[in-house]
Write a protein that binds this ligand. Structure first.
Ligand code: MG
Length: 228
């Protein structure tokens, strides 16, 4: 097989990410029970607040913490308490310090892929935060480059294709998010591998679209070995 360029997503593709956010959100919603809103409503307000903050401040733990705080202040109104805000700051710090939990089969599969192909980690988020996660993961050495971007849209893929001189027919985006990894990559003329993760963030959900490139769907990271 020819040498291909594999752009590989990080959160919920190489390591667990969303389960820790979901756990934090569960605790957050439980701590707001006394306000008398349904869980669904609190989650809806949080999602709306996150969408707004992502547009303004990007992805990342700090943007998420800001969303939790604003959601609380909005729902609590005049009864908001300083202690609860402090509690939110604490759970966000814990989330930030959670060590990466590498998904099953990832290191050995990356070791195999790196021998045959060019690997580029493509993650979106806050640069320093994502870089720290990559470093703590111990997976950095398998990659020719680490690219941390603000958003994964067709413009970003176009820029990555240009700057890494990727031949589109030999370029693949591999990840768990239809919205950020698969659809915009296919739209940019790349091929894609979708590896669904059972706990993919609600804001990443989308219908899979098709493009000119190929789309593979595999159920686990280690299955990449059979295709590359
Ligand atoms: Mg992901």
């Amino acid at each position: 097989m020819a040498r291909h360029t594999l752009l590989i997503d990080a959160d919920d593709t190489l390591w667990e990410n969303n389960i820790f956010f979901e756990k934090t959100i569960d605790n957050f919603i439980a701590s707001l029970e006394h306000l008398g809103y349904t869980r669904e409503y609190v989650r809806h307000i949080l999602n709306e607040t996150e969408r707004r903050n992502i547009r303004q401040h990007g992805y990342g733990v700090r943007s998420f913490g800001r969303s939790l705080e604003e959601t609380y202040l909005k729902l609590a109104g005049n009864s908001a308490q300083r202690d609860v805000v402090k509690g939110i700051e604490q759970i966000v710090r814990e989330l930030e310090n959670t060590p990466p939990h590498i998904l099953d089969g990832v290191p050995e599969t990356l070791a195999y892929l790196a021998k045959h192909h060019r690997l580029i980690l493509l993650s979106k988020g806050e640069a320093a935060e994502q870089a720290a996660k990559v470093e703590r993961s111990g997976l950095q050495s398998y990659f020719d480059a680490i690219e941390i971007v603000l958003e994964k849209d067709p413009e970003t893929y176009g820029r990555v294709i240009d700057s890494f001189k990727i031949v589109k027919s030999h370029g693949w985006m591999i990840g768990n998010s239809p919205r950020s990894d698969i659809n915009p990559a296919l739209q940019s003329g790349l091929n894609a591998v979708f590896i669904p993760h059972p706990s993919t963030w609600q804001l990443e959900h989308a219908e899979l679209e098709s493009g000119t490139g190929k789309l593979l769907i595999v159920s686990a990271f280690r299955e990449l070995r059979a295709h590359f």
